[in-house]
Design a protein around this ligand. Structure first.
Ligand code: OAD
Length: 231
Protein backbone atom coordinates (compact mmCIF):
# COMPACT_ATOMS: atom_id res chain seq x y z
CA UNK A 1 0.00 0.00 0.00
CA UNK A 2 1.34 3.44 -0.83
CA UNK A 3 1.97 5.62 2.16
CA UNK A 4 -0.01 8.82 2.66
CA UNK A 5 2.04 11.96 2.10
CA UNK A 6 2.62 14.41 4.95
CA UNK A 7 4.14 17.76 4.04
CA UNK A 8 5.59 19.69 6.97
CA UNK A 9 6.43 23.41 6.86
CA UNK A 10 8.82 24.34 9.65
CA UNK A 11 10.16 27.63 10.93
CA UNK A 12 12.57 28.85 13.58
CA UNK A 13 10.33 27.57 16.41
CA UNK A 14 11.11 23.94 15.58
CA UNK A 15 14.75 24.58 16.45
CA UNK A 16 14.09 26.84 19.46
CA UNK A 17 14.35 24.00 21.98
CA UNK A 18 17.75 23.12 20.52
CA UNK A 19 18.92 26.56 21.65
CA UNK A 20 18.76 28.44 18.35
CA UNK A 21 17.13 31.88 18.63
CA UNK A 22 13.98 32.57 16.65
CA UNK A 23 13.73 35.85 14.74
CA UNK A 24 10.63 37.67 15.91
CA UNK A 25 10.00 36.46 19.49
CA UNK A 26 11.00 38.74 22.32
CA UNK A 27 14.78 38.29 22.60
CA UNK A 28 14.80 37.03 19.00
CA UNK A 29 17.48 37.83 16.43
CA UNK A 30 15.63 40.70 14.77
CA UNK A 31 15.52 42.50 18.12
CA UNK A 32 19.32 42.37 18.34
CA UNK A 33 20.08 43.01 14.68
CA UNK A 34 18.51 45.19 12.03
CA UNK A 35 17.32 42.92 9.20
CA UNK A 36 18.31 45.57 6.67
CA UNK A 37 21.90 45.63 8.03
CA UNK A 38 22.56 41.89 7.84
CA UNK A 39 19.99 40.05 5.72
CA UNK A 40 19.70 41.94 2.45
CA UNK A 41 21.83 42.17 -0.65
CA UNK A 42 22.21 45.91 -0.02
CA UNK A 43 23.78 45.09 3.35
CA UNK A 44 26.21 42.71 1.66
CA UNK A 45 27.27 45.44 -0.77
CA UNK A 46 27.57 48.01 2.04
CA UNK A 47 29.25 46.02 4.77
CA UNK A 48 30.50 42.55 3.89
CA UNK A 49 32.36 42.20 7.17
CA UNK A 50 29.24 42.67 9.27
CA UNK A 51 27.14 40.31 7.15
CA UNK A 52 29.85 37.64 7.14
CA UNK A 53 30.29 37.97 10.90
CA UNK A 54 26.52 37.67 11.50
CA UNK A 55 26.32 34.39 9.57
CA UNK A 56 29.64 33.14 10.92
CA UNK A 57 28.24 33.45 14.43
CA UNK A 58 25.03 31.62 13.43
CA UNK A 59 27.12 28.89 11.77
CA UNK A 60 29.44 28.57 14.75
CA UNK A 61 26.44 28.12 17.03
CA UNK A 62 25.07 25.40 14.76
CA UNK A 63 28.07 23.21 15.58
CA UNK A 64 27.18 23.46 19.28
CA UNK A 65 23.51 22.40 19.16
CA UNK A 66 21.65 19.16 18.58
CA UNK A 67 18.28 18.20 17.07
CA UNK A 68 15.44 18.13 19.61
CA UNK A 69 12.34 16.02 20.24
CA UNK A 70 10.42 17.73 17.41
CA UNK A 71 13.06 16.91 14.79
CA UNK A 72 13.25 13.32 16.05
CA UNK A 73 9.46 12.88 16.06
CA UNK A 74 9.31 13.92 12.40
CA UNK A 75 11.84 11.19 11.57
CA UNK A 76 9.64 8.63 13.36
CA UNK A 77 6.69 9.74 11.22
CA UNK A 78 8.52 8.29 8.20
CA UNK A 79 7.82 4.77 9.53
CA UNK A 80 4.28 5.03 8.20
CA UNK A 81 4.12 8.13 6.00
CA UNK A 82 5.87 9.64 3.02
CA UNK A 83 7.17 12.70 4.86
CA UNK A 84 8.48 15.80 3.07
CA UNK A 85 9.82 18.69 5.09
CA UNK A 86 9.86 22.21 3.69
CA UNK A 87 11.89 24.28 6.10
CA UNK A 88 12.46 28.01 6.29
CA UNK A 89 15.38 27.26 8.58
CA UNK A 90 18.98 27.49 7.46
CA UNK A 91 20.16 25.03 10.11
CA UNK A 92 20.67 21.33 9.33
CA UNK A 93 18.90 19.88 12.35
CA UNK A 94 16.23 18.02 10.34
CA UNK A 95 18.96 16.28 8.35
CA UNK A 96 21.03 15.54 11.44
CA UNK A 97 17.99 13.98 13.13
CA UNK A 98 17.65 11.72 10.07
CA UNK A 99 14.79 13.18 8.01
CA UNK A 100 15.27 11.97 4.44
CA UNK A 101 13.46 14.59 2.37
CA UNK A 102 14.22 18.15 3.42
CA UNK A 103 13.85 21.22 1.22
CA UNK A 104 15.46 24.46 2.38
CA UNK A 105 13.50 27.48 1.20
CA UNK A 106 15.81 30.14 2.60
CA UNK A 107 19.20 28.53 2.02
CA UNK A 108 21.63 26.65 4.22
CA UNK A 109 24.09 28.00 6.76
CA UNK A 110 26.74 25.38 6.10
CA UNK A 111 26.87 26.26 2.41
CA UNK A 112 28.30 29.29 0.64
CA UNK A 113 27.97 30.45 -2.89
CA UNK A 114 29.56 32.58 -5.54
CA UNK A 115 28.46 36.19 -5.49
CA UNK A 116 28.39 36.31 -9.30
CA UNK A 117 26.93 32.88 -10.15
CA UNK A 118 24.21 31.57 -7.83
CA UNK A 119 24.62 28.07 -9.27
CA UNK A 120 28.11 27.76 -7.79
CA UNK A 121 27.31 26.48 -4.30
CA UNK A 122 29.89 24.90 -2.00
CA UNK A 123 30.00 23.19 1.40
CA UNK A 124 31.98 25.43 3.72
CA UNK A 125 34.76 23.75 5.66
CA UNK A 126 34.25 24.72 9.32
CA UNK A 127 32.24 27.69 10.58
CA UNK A 128 34.11 30.67 9.25
CA UNK A 129 33.65 32.35 5.89
CA UNK A 130 36.46 34.86 5.35
CA UNK A 131 37.08 37.83 3.15
CA UNK A 132 39.17 36.57 0.26
CA UNK A 133 37.47 33.14 0.10
CA UNK A 134 36.62 32.95 -3.58
CA UNK A 135 34.61 30.84 -6.00
CA UNK A 136 36.22 29.21 -9.03
CA UNK A 137 35.31 32.29 -11.08
CA UNK A 138 37.23 34.50 -8.70
CA UNK A 139 34.40 36.26 -6.87
CA UNK A 140 34.01 36.54 -3.10
CA UNK A 141 31.93 33.72 -1.61
CA UNK A 142 28.76 34.82 0.20
CA UNK A 143 26.47 32.99 2.61
CA UNK A 144 24.05 30.62 0.81
CA UNK A 145 21.05 32.43 2.25
CA UNK A 146 17.99 33.85 0.51
CA UNK A 147 18.06 37.45 1.71
CA UNK A 148 15.08 39.74 1.98
CA UNK A 149 14.23 41.13 -1.42
CA UNK A 150 15.76 38.15 -3.25
CA UNK A 151 13.64 35.60 -5.12
CA UNK A 152 12.99 32.27 -3.40
CA UNK A 153 14.02 29.77 -6.10
CA UNK A 154 12.51 26.71 -4.40
CA UNK A 155 8.98 28.14 -4.19
CA UNK A 156 7.52 26.51 -7.35
CA UNK A 157 8.74 23.11 -6.18
CA UNK A 158 7.48 23.73 -2.64
CA UNK A 159 4.07 24.80 -3.94
CA UNK A 160 3.86 21.71 -6.14
CA UNK A 161 4.78 19.52 -3.18
CA UNK A 162 2.17 21.23 -0.98
CA UNK A 163 -0.47 20.53 -3.63
CA UNK A 164 0.18 16.77 -3.26
CA UNK A 165 -0.21 16.64 0.55
CA UNK A 166 -2.67 14.26 2.19
CA UNK A 167 -1.93 15.92 5.54
CA UNK A 168 -0.15 19.26 6.15
CA UNK A 169 1.71 20.30 9.29
CA UNK A 170 3.03 23.76 10.16
CA UNK A 171 5.45 23.97 13.07
CA UNK A 172 7.07 26.96 14.77
CA UNK A 173 6.65 29.75 12.28
CA UNK A 174 5.08 33.17 12.77
CA UNK A 175 3.82 32.98 9.15
CA UNK A 176 5.09 36.52 8.73
CA UNK A 177 7.27 35.90 5.72
CA UNK A 178 5.87 35.33 2.23
CA UNK A 179 5.94 33.44 -0.06
CA UNK A 180 6.59 30.66 2.51
CA UNK A 181 3.54 31.60 4.59
CA UNK A 182 1.30 31.20 1.54
CA UNK A 183 2.37 27.62 0.71
CA UNK A 184 -0.46 26.15 2.78
CA UNK A 185 -2.81 27.75 0.24
CA UNK A 186 -1.70 25.14 -2.32
CA UNK A 187 -2.95 22.17 -0.29
CA UNK A 188 -5.80 20.23 -1.90
CA UNK A 189 -9.33 21.02 -0.70
CA UNK A 190 -10.17 19.10 2.49
CA UNK A 191 -6.52 18.38 3.35
CA UNK A 192 -6.21 18.39 7.16
CA UNK A 193 -3.85 21.14 8.36
CA UNK A 194 -2.27 21.10 11.83
CA UNK A 195 -0.38 24.09 13.23
CA UNK A 196 1.88 23.74 16.27
CA UNK A 197 3.07 26.95 17.94
CA UNK A 198 2.94 28.14 21.56
CA UNK A 199 1.95 31.65 20.46
CA UNK A 200 -1.03 32.94 18.58
CA UNK A 201 -0.25 32.87 14.87
CA UNK A 202 -2.44 34.49 12.17
CA UNK A 203 -4.46 31.65 10.66
CA UNK A 204 -7.42 33.38 9.04
CA UNK A 205 -6.05 32.29 5.62
CA UNK A 206 -6.10 28.62 6.66
CA UNK A 207 -9.69 27.41 6.80
CA UNK A 208 -10.28 24.48 9.18
CA UNK A 209 -6.76 24.54 10.62
CA UNK A 210 -6.32 22.56 13.83
CA UNK A 211 -4.20 24.72 16.12
CA UNK A 212 -2.06 23.04 18.79
CA UNK A 213 -0.80 25.68 21.24
CA UNK A 214 2.30 23.80 22.39
CA UNK A 215 6.03 24.04 22.01
CA UNK A 216 7.37 22.03 19.08
CA UNK A 217 8.94 19.24 21.14
CA UNK A 218 5.77 18.23 22.98
CA UNK A 219 3.26 19.22 20.32
CA UNK A 220 5.04 17.40 17.49
CA UNK A 221 5.71 14.24 19.50
CA UNK A 222 2.03 14.01 20.49
CA UNK A 223 0.70 14.69 17.01
CA UNK A 224 3.12 12.17 15.49
CA UNK A 225 1.94 9.48 17.94
CA UNK A 226 -1.67 10.20 16.97
CA UNK A 227 -0.93 10.12 13.23
CA UNK A 228 1.07 6.89 13.53
CA UNK A 229 -1.90 5.24 15.28
CA UNK A 230 -4.26 6.45 12.54
CA UNK A 231 -2.05 5.26 9.65
P1 OAD B 1 9.86 33.75 13.51
O1 OAD B 1 10.90 34.16 14.50
O2 OAD B 1 9.17 34.80 12.74
O3 OAD B 1 8.75 32.90 14.26
C1 OAD B 1 9.09 31.89 15.16
C2 OAD B 1 7.84 31.19 15.61
O4 OAD B 1 8.25 30.13 16.47
C3 OAD B 1 6.88 32.08 16.42
O5 OAD B 1 5.56 31.91 15.95
C4 OAD B 1 7.04 31.55 17.85
O6 OAD B 1 5.83 31.63 18.60
C5 OAD B 1 7.40 30.11 17.58
N1 OAD B 1 8.11 29.44 18.68
C6 OAD B 1 8.95 29.95 19.61
N2 OAD B 1 9.39 28.97 20.42
C7 OAD B 1 8.84 27.81 19.97
C8 OAD B 1 8.91 26.46 20.38
N3 OAD B 1 9.66 26.06 21.42
N4 OAD B 1 8.19 25.55 19.69
C9 OAD B 1 7.43 25.92 18.62
N5 OAD B 1 7.32 27.18 18.20
C10 OAD B 1 8.02 28.12 18.86
O7 OAD B 1 10.56 32.68 12.55
P2 OAD B 1 10.09 32.15 11.13
O8 OAD B 1 8.61 32.15 11.01
O9 OAD B 1 10.80 30.88 10.89
O10 OAD B 1 14.34 34.27 6.91
O11 OAD B 1 10.69 33.25 10.20
C11 OAD B 1 10.59 33.14 8.82
C12 OAD B 1 11.80 33.72 8.15
O12 OAD B 1 12.02 35.04 8.62
C13 OAD B 1 13.09 33.00 8.48
O13 OAD B 1 13.33 31.90 7.64
C14 OAD B 1 14.13 34.06 8.31
C15 OAD B 1 13.40 35.19 8.98
O14 OAD B 1 13.77 36.44 8.76
C16 OAD B 1 15.55 34.65 6.48
O15 OAD B 1 16.48 34.89 7.21
C17 OAD B 1 15.65 34.76 5.00
Amino acid sequence: MTKKRIVVLTGAGVSAESGISTFRDSGGLWEKYDIMEVATHEAWVRNQDLVMEFYNQRRKQLYEVEPNAAHHALVKLEEKYDVHIITQNVDDLHERAGSKKVMHLHGELKKVRSSIDENLVYDLDGWELKKGDKCEKGSQLRPHIVWFGEPVPMIPEAAQLSSTADIYMIIGTSLNVYPAAGLVGYTPPGCPVYLIDPAEVPVSHIPGVKVIREKAGKGTAELVEKLLKEA
